[in-house]
Design a binder for this molecule. Structure first.
Ligand SMILES: [Fe+2]
Length: 345
């Protein structure tokens, strides 16, 4: 087996597992920020990625499965309970997926989520968030169930050979892996072998909600874009103008730019760049024809921090304002620099 463990700085783990005879490989729990790394590692190892596999619907990071699947034209494997529209191969407990000569043995292990599964390949098992080093996945997020987790652990996963290496989807220490035997011996949660007590323990953990929970669920369930992806895509389609350059043009007395403030009226009234007109972002599409009659005008869009203006500029370009550009940064840094503002309406 050719094996690469890829860790992100947040402790998320993904794995590139390949068959040395056939050169076919699978990426387990791909992360959106590591796309280029998977492709590079696969190329360096003489592997071709044939499958992507998500062990469950992640609530705490952004799956790369659908984006990478589209790029590589390979199927996404998930458990049949997954609600994602991007699953090409739905699998269930007891099934085997062949990656070259490697056999991916699927264990359905609900508990962390209803669609959680573990993948047993030769001497190791990829446990997703079902079993972690010294811990287990939480069961308080959507579709989680502590009783199911107990059954999945004690009646299925922990019955594997104690020597089996465990590679989870998250590692919060500097260890690379653990084993089934080591976890049975040392994992505090696994010492609670009474089902009701296990459920009570899991329900009393009082964990904080993961950062980006809603966004991760929204994008992983639907396959749609993260906010960062939307901003990145918008920024690639537009050009920017520095604040120094804008100031120079205003002070020249004959500015060849039209400044457009897309913040709310209240912010505009408190102070805007001299000469700027106001169209709040929410009204942009509806009012643009009345307020910006010249589609060839060089419109410089700004907002408070530079994000809304990036999206608004991309919208203007889409609408035919082909010279719309965004001010670099936002009004906040304009004010920090002590640049002039106006309150005249
Ligand atoms: Fe998870």
């Amino acid at each position: 087996m050719i094996f690469h463990q890829i860790a992100t700085e947040r402790g998320c783990q993904s794995y590139l597992v390949g068959c040395p005879d056939s050169c076919a490989a699978v990426v387990i729990d791909p992360d959106i920020h590591e796309l280029e790394r998977y492709l590079t590692l696969a190329a360096q190892s003489g592997l071709r990625i044939r499958y992507l596999l998500d062990t469950h619907t992640h609530a705490d990071h952004f799956s790369a499965a659908d984006e990478l699947a589209a790029e590589l034209s390979v199927p996404v494997i998930m458990h049949k309970n997954s609600p994602s529209p991007y699953v090409d191969m739905a699998v269930d407990d007891g099934e085997i997926v062949k990656v070259g000569k490697l056999s991916l043995n699927i264990l359905h292990t609900p508990g962390h989520t209803a669609d959680s599964m573990c993948v047993h390949i030769e001497d190791r098992v990829f446990t997703g968030d079902t079993l972690l080093i010294g811990g287990t996945g939480r069961t308080d997020l959507p579709t989680g169930d502590a009783g199911c987790l107990f059954d999945s652990l004690f009646h299925k996963l922990l019955r594997l050979d104690p020597e089996t290496r465990v590679y989870p989807a998250h590692i919060y220490s500097d260890r690379a892996f653990t084993t089934i035997g080591a976890e049975i011996a040392d994992n505090k949660r696994l010492q609670v072998t009474d089902r009701d007590k296990f459920i009570a323990m899991m329900q009393s953990l009082n964990l904080t909600m993961p950062e980006h929970l809603s966004e991760a669920l929204r994008t992983n369930l639907s396959g749609s874009k993260t906010v960062e992806q939307m901003l990145g895509a918008a920024a690639q389609r537009i050009a920017f103008m520095s604040q120094e350059e804008i100031l120079r043009r205003i002070q020249s007395g004959a500015p060849d730019i039209t400044l457009l403030d897309v913040r709310e009226r209240e912010s505009y009234e408190q102070g805007h760049i001299p000469g700027a007109i106001l169209i709040p972002r929410g009204q942009l599409e509806l009012r643009v024809d009345a307020l910006l009659p010249d589609p060839t005008a060089r419109i410089v869009v700004y907002c408070q921090y530079g994000k809304v203006s990036t999206l608004a500029t991309a919208t203007l370009r889409e609408m035919g304002f082909t010279r719309a550009i965004a001010m670099a940064q936002g009004m906040e840094s304009w004010l920090e620099k002590g640049y002039p503002t106006s309150t005249s309406l």
